[in-house]
Design a protein around this ligand. Sequence first.
Ligand code: NDP
Length: 395
Amino acid sequence: MSRRRVSIFGATGSIGQNTIDLIARDAQAYEVVALTGASNIAQLATDARRLGAQIAVTAEARLLPELRAALEGSGVEAAAGEAALLEAADRPADWIMSAIVGAAGLAPGFRALRHGATLALANKESLVTAGPLLLQEARQHGAQILPVDSEHSAVFQGLVGEDMAAVERIIITASGGGLRDWPIAALANATPEDAGAHPNWDMGQRITIDSASMFNKAMELIETKEFFGVVPAQIETVIHPQSIVHALVGFNDGALMAHLGAPDMRHAIGYALHYPDRRDLPVARIDLAQLATLEFYAPCATRYPALKLARAVMEAGGHAGCVFNAAKETALDGFLAGRIGFMDMSGVVEATLDAMSSKIGLSNAVETLEDVLQTDHMARKTAWTAIEHHEKEAR
Ligand code: NDP
């Protein structure tokens, strides 16, 4: 049997490493085409050697000599820079993991779709900033996109064999993040260390803070609208502190189908890797009697202002998702740099959406990937201006 050709973009990150864990367990079944990373050259080279990759690419051109040295004698090609990432996406592969963080993940994903590959999509920024374009690219080239975000994988699994016309609503759950039980008045003084501790999931610092502010859930609401083609009124979110139920799909006969699983990203990654089959995965099995209680409650709008902003973004469509993503990333940079407080991030995002609405008209359709990158750039500059304005006001 021929081996399955796979590439992993963002191989050195949390999703990338979980993907490699699954592939390495059955290494003879896969031919690893490309592995990419950015700053973590040692990890990239170790995995490329171990899996016998064709090519290893770092996004950082200045690190090429280091990567070359680390791969010497291995037979693995080394390359660096944005053009090399695109060239890696051009290499024939059957399955590609899109797990670069941020807007940098957009272009390689688009490129991979052009070749008809199956794109396992962890990079949520692709759908939020350029959802309609991405889906159109996939349709045009007969390529498939499979969701890797755990909530969207759960919804996707709940829809197998179902008719979308019978879907009334989609409910995605949220843990509520590390500050869930803090008094609201105390949130203004939360530090990055406070917000960077997650009760259930083991993830990077940025996505963990986005979980505490629910900017991550806000992104996922927008992703849900884009990927499943439902209207905003059909999408709900509910706080579920145990993170066992990842999402639910409600049908027109009143049935609510829930997806339960341990909080381990290897489930969603493994489902996308083996789809449409199910294979044995090394994830913990749920013991319901042991769990005993599963709680659900509505999120508080004052505690999580990001959710209201997500609703406005979904209604606006067009460039709004791109502006939202760029603004929330910049606001997080401002928070991490100590320039704004935890609860100021939503104010910066709202001010950026308002300012960009006057500049470009948020609802105008996004025509090209270049449009997206241009809006992203402009929105980041606008968000920094909002941060500076906030600092002046606070003095
Ligand atoms: P990480 O920060 O752990 O990893 C990011 C990866 O992208 C690393 O390989 C990193 O390289 C690489 N990278 C960073 N900057 C660039 C750049 N400018 N160009 C190219 N590559 C770059 O992120 P995660 O794995 O946590 O998340 C990846 C994506 O998946 C994100 O979009 C996230 O929202 C999404 N996601 C993550 C989940 C999770 O559980 N972690 C769950 C669901 C979705 P290096 O490390 O070598 O610098």
